[in-house]
Design a binder for this molecule. Structure first.
Ligand code: PGD
Ligand code: PGD
Length: 829
């Protein structure tokens, strides 16, 4: 096969090693001087000259065309079934005006030292320094803070979506550098599934939210009713944590072609709903648990629930029923009760129960519904609903929590798992502190509370701990001045730091609030290796360097190696390996694993020079994978990882924690504010979905913005009914505000959003009218000026990015110009 790599699973396909070697020789894969391979190699060679080089990104694999040492175009990899429309933004990100060119230090910090004028952060007064000076400053400051205040005074939890690549994984590199130099405060969990990933182990015995659901081919064959519940897979499957395979797209085409009934439960008629021409139900945001309870009540009272399944595979249903029927609290959670909360008519709720029970129903749950106050309850209740339907473990039924993420549901290939750089490098001799466990961990979204309350106790998942007293924060590969909620509270808390160090290649708001900013390379300016398909694991991709580093940027790896060198730990950090040495070692480790599976991968140099990804076969078994089938087949032998080995509708472990905000069975709990809520002050709920033309804030500083910005600002979807009452027209500039903050946005009127809700996507760059001043107007439209920073509950302490009520008014006067897409003063751009 001329376009495939020469690779076979000798076990599954029956192709013998001998035949593999013959095939490989025929195409040159084992090093024979095949003209075809040499030609490909030659085209790939010329970083710095002219070439077309295959590499990869969060948006997919692509060929980068290089002319005169500059990238001039990107062409999707020919095997990508649905290339992302964002590739022009990827190209622009390399050369955009927001590119960080040189090491920069905030003037007050440089002149007066750590802790100087911390309220001046965000004012953009930077001084350019040499790399030598910048690295000396960082090394000296890390050393000072650690010696004076100990390892728990350095926060390097550094959450964020960075770039793919097994070596240049900047967050792991940061952990590694700080581990070999004495420890640091880390974080647990993430912003995506923070609530669900903590509660689900109590419910189904694993985090579930990142695991393979029943695969798409089975869904296409067996599912009769596909319910996207707070999920928009057409938008969010464009990206992957690794390099995406985009396998969900042909699968969704097949669902559509077959005419499978699709239902979207979402305050927005999103792209997925429009793609399928699906039925749309638009509940009030944050009321999904009530809606699910209403459905469950009908199932129970009409005897449509699967009592046999519940008896054999679950525990605690008997303790949940009195709550459902109202026996325990006098409030039956019937369709009428639910309807008053979620505003879906009671008849529709009853009808949903009957339809779910009579069809092979797949509940495809997204994650927005758990990024809310009491978010733990949503996925617990969805599992409970699926358990009552009794279809878990059957083909095309049950629930799946990754159909919208990184192309979950794409059948998994049988290749090896590619290893990568690890955080905990070998400690240098004398580092006994490592054994003493010098490192602390906080729940990721509690970073602001941590800064506000050094030494104070907090609860988390059954444990009580004290917040460390942090003096220095180090961030790489993330943008907390976008991703964290309640920006103004955060701004004040950040002023408590003596020092804030950031590496990025873009002048994000985070970089603008740093004391020391170090310019790093993009993935396209360094060599790396990565898998294609988080779930499909279909290929190994050589991410070859396309061009030389732009301006003075350096690889995070080299930056950390230089810092460690200054601190006397250079060898512990690098283990004596350079970039290609590491990449080769990862590949070789995968090759050994592959041999264990009776597969032979080409030697590294052949793979690296081929300019082609290495493909792995997909077994028939993988194409028929059904989540929880083995548990259903034999619940004793294949018991779940819960305390009882079954699905837990009541959790004794959670009961023992006695948390007032996380009861031991799924429960409707009023969020602090919601549309139609009893104590809510502002009238409009803000949905902060993930953006179609960005990955969070990545690519916000590029040409793609021109395709969606309104009057140069982030768009705000609004129902015409809400707009009319406020005298707002399509295309108007508006101020969106609440007690937490205010921002500008451009209005797009549409019936695709329900009345009472507006939508401003997460990821817009924070652009304060007065840098450093809490409460100031954000000129571009960072929605986290308005969201709440509280935790979901004591259990998960996750973020509540989708909890925010606000109001909107037409902006009067002269709008302040947007400044955040230009480099700060003196930064050369
Ligand atoms: P990104 O924009 O991906 O956002 O927040 P996250 O911080 O992950 O930021 C990544 C940063 O890393 C970018 O600035 C990029 O330039 C930089 N970077 C990329 N590659 C490299 C590299 O190799 N080296 C270095 N040093 N830097 C690099 C996302 C977070 O936002 C997430 S995951 C979620 S799910 C949350 N979602 C919501 C939400 O739904 N609603 C609200 N209101 N808020 C949210 N915030 C969260
Ligand atoms: P969201 O966009 O937050 O996505 O996946 P996640 O499922 O969390 O929300 C999905 C849908 O939920 C939206 O259509 C929204 O209207 C709806 N929704 C919001 N609130 C409610 C509610 O209260 N009830 C109901 N029923 N629906 C609601 C995000 C995932 O996407 C994550 S975590 C990451 S890290 C990635 N981020 C991006 C990205 O930034 N950009 C793109 N293009 N793709 C991504 N994929 C991943």
């Amino acid at each position: 096969m001329p376009n495939e790599n020469n690779y076979r699973d000798t076990g599954a396909s029956g192709v013998s090693r001998r035949r593999f070697i013959q095939g490989a020789l025929a195409t040159g894969a084992l090093g024979a001087a095949s003209p075809a391979l040499l030609a490909a190699g030659a085209r790939a060679q010329g970083a710095g000259g002219n070439a077309e080089i295959l590499t990869g990104s969060h948006w997919g694999a692509f060929y980068a065309k290089v002319e005169g040492g500059r990238v001039t175009g990107l062409r999707p990899w020919e095997k990508d079934p649905r290339p992302s429309h964002m590739l022009p933004g990827v190209l622009d990100s390399i050369y955009s005006p927001t590119r960080i060119r040189y090491p920069m230090v905030r003037r007050a910090w440089l002149e007066h030292g750590p802790g100087a004028d911390t309220a001046g952060r965000g004012k953009g007064d930077f001084v350019r320094v040499s790399w030598e000076k910048a690295l000396d400053l960082v090394a000296k400051e890390l050393d000072r803070v650690r010696r004076k205040h100990g390892p728990t005074s350095i926060f390097a939890g550094s959450y964020g979506w960075k770039s793919p690549g097994k070596l240049h994984n900047c967050q792991t590199l940061l952990s590694r550098a700080l581990t070999v130099n004495g420890g640091f405060v880390s974080r647990s969990g993430d912003y995506s599934t923070g609530a669900a990933q903590v509660i689900l182990p109590y419910v189904v015995g694993s985090i579930d939210v990142y695991e393979q659901p029943t695969v798409w081919p089975v869904v296409v064959e067996h599912t009769e009713l596909l319910v996207f519940w707070g999920a928009d897979p057409v938008v969010t499957n464009q990206i992957g944590w690794q390099v995406p395979d985009h396998g969900a797209f042909p699968a969704m085409d097949a669902v559509k072609q077959k005419g499978i009934k699709v239902l979207c439960i979402d305050p927005v008629r999103n792209d997925t709903c429009r793609f399928f021409g699906a039925e749309w139900l638009a509940p009030r945001p944050q009321t999904d648990v009530a809606l699910m309870l209403g459905i469950a009540h009908t199932l129970y009272t009409e005897n449509l629930h699967d009592a046999k399944f519940l008896a054999r595979y679950t525990t605690g249903f008997d303790r949940f029923v009195p709550y459902l029927t109202g026996k325990s609290d006098g409030v039956p959670k019937d369709a009428k009760w639910a309807s008053e909360i979620c505003e879906i008519p009671a008849d529709t709720i009853r009808d949903l129960a009957r339809r779910f029970a009579s069809k092979r129903t797949m509940l495809a749950g997204g994650w927005s519904i758990q990024r809310q106050h009491h978010g733990e309850q949503a996925h617990w209740m969805m599992v409970t609903l699926a358990a009552m339907l009794g279809q878990i473990g059957l083909p095309g039924g049950g629930y799946g929590f990754t159909y919208h993420y990184a192309n979950g549901g794409s059948p998994t290939a049988t290749g090896p798992v590619l290893p990568g750089i690890v955080g905990g490098a070998k400690p240098p001799p004398g580092s006994e502190w490592l054994e003493a466990g010098g490192t602390e961990t906080i729940p990721v979204a509690r970073v602001v509370e941590m800064l506000e309350n050094p030494g104070k106790p907090y609860d988390h998942n059954g444990r009580r701990a004290n917040y460390p007293d942090v003096r220095l924060a180090y961030w790489v590969g993330g943008n907390p001045f976008m991703h964290h909620q309640d920006r103004n509270r955060m701004l004040k808390a950040w002023q408590k730091l003596d020092t804030f160090i950031v590496h990025d290649f873009q002048w994000t708001a985070t970089a603008r609030h740093a004391d020391i900013v170090l310019p790093c390379t993009t993935s396209y300016e360094r060599n790396d290796i990565e898998g294609i398909g988080d779930y499909a694991m279909s290929h190994i991709l050589a991410m070859r360097k396309v061009i030389d580093p732009v301006y003075e940027s350096r690889n995070d790896y080299d930056i950390f190696a230089s810092i460690c060198e200054r601190l006397g730990t250079g060898k512990a950090f690098t283990e004596g390996r350079d970039e290609m040495g590491w990449i080769r070692s990862f590949y070789e480790a995968a090759r050994v694993q592959a041999r264990g599976k009776r597969m032979e991968m080409p030697v590294f140099d052949v793979f690296w020079n081929s300019n082609k990804p290495l493909a792995f076969p997909i077994s028939e078994e993988a194409k028929g994978y059904i989540r929880h089938k083995s548990f259903r087949d034999d619940p004793l032998l294949n018991a779940l990882g819960t305390a009882s080995g079954r699905i837990e509708i009541y959790s004794s472990n959670i009961a023992r924690m006695k948390y007032d905000d996380c009861p031991p069975h799924p429960t409707w709990m009023e969020p602090i504010e919601r549309l139609g809520g009893p104590t809510t002050k502002y009238p409009l709920h803000i949905v902060s979905s993930h953006p179609k033309s960005r990955l969070h804030s990545q690519l916000c500083g590029t040409v793609l913005r021109e395709s969606y910005a309104i009057q140069g600002r982030e768009p705000c979807l609004m129902n015409p009914e809400d707009a009319r009452r406020r005298g707002i027209a399509d295309g108007d500039l508006v101020r969106v505000f609440n007690d937490r903050g205010q921002m500008l946005a451009g209005v797009r009127l549409t019936d695709d959003i329900r009345p009472g809700a507006i939508r401003v996507c997460e990821g817009a760059w924070y652009d304060p009218a007065e840098g450093g001043k809490p409460g100031t107007l954000c000129r571009y439209g960072d929605v986290n000026n308005l969201t709440t920073g509280i935790g979901t509950s004591k259990l998960a302490q996750a973020n509540c990015g989708h909890t925010a009520m606000a109001d909107v008014e037409k902006f009067k006067g002269t709008p302040p110009p947007v400044e955040v897409f230009k480099a700060p003063r003196g930064a050369g751009g």
